[in-house]
Design a protein. Structure first.
Length: 223
């Protein structure tokens, strides 16, 4: 006697087996070229991306340079003198002009003018080398001083320039150093030095900065 129930069950199970074969998944192996593969940056702070800095001709920019860990404070008399000497010699080179600066414990901020992107890159590279060599001499530390490339932001209006100037000249207050100074001016900034051939900075040539210094934006630039 035939088994109708068994025949029905066998017919129902057979397609399921075929479907299981079709659902077999292939897992990607770890070899070969993949997006986001490779060694990741070390440290808590990610590196500045190596992308071209696009700045228009005759631009003002806010620049930040951060030194590696393990160096003494850049505001100590010995290290600041070394940085000041480098600024005095490299403040106007390759189409780059340093207008204002501040030196903090492990970084520098600068307001600069540049003829174009190439001038900004060449001038900052030259200035970085000067500062690094000066710090190597006085600290006895060998190797790179600046582990990352400098960071820059183009300033395209008098308002942006005024706020950048305020940020640079008042940066010591942001870091809680206002009471450390002997007066309202930070001695480790361009506010304590006159610009000129023998100074640490130069007078601006860019019309946009002149507008800031001579116009209604000046009040925004005072810390």
């Amino acid at each position: 006697m035939s088994d109708p129930l068994g025949t029905v069950m066998s017919r129902a199970i057979a397609p399921v087996g075929e479907a299981m074969k079709q659902l077999a998944m292939k897992f990607r192996s770890w070899g070969g070229k993949r997006k986001h593969a490779g060694r990741k940056p070390k440290g808590a702070r990610s590196s500045v991306p190596h992308l071209p800095r696009k700045h228009p001709r005759q631009t003002a920019a806010l620049v930040t340079m951060r030194v590696r860990d393990g160096l003494p404070s850049l505001r100590s008399p010995r290290t600041f003198r070394a940085i000041a000497s480098a600024l005095r010699k490299g403040k106007e080179r390759f189409g780059l002009r340093v207008i204002h600066f501040t030196v903090q414990g492990n970084h520098l901020h600068m307001l600069v003018e540049a003829e174009d992107s190439v001038s900004l890159a060449r001038g900052m590279k030259g200035l970085s080398v000067r500062i690094a060599r000066a710090l190597n001499r006085v600290t006895g530390v060998r190797g790179h001083v600046f582990p990352e490339r400098f960071h820059s932001r183009a300033l395209k209006s008098p308002r942006e320039i005024a706020y950048a100037m305020r940020y640079v000249l008042g940066n010591h207050m942001k870091h809680g150093l206002a009471n450390w100074n002997r007066g309202p001016t930070d001695p480790c900034s361009s506010g304590a030095f006159a610009p000129g051939p023998d100074g640490l900075t130069v007078r601006p040539k860019l019309y946009l900065i002149h507008m800031t210094l001579e116009g209604r934006w000046l009040s925004l630039a005072v810390p």
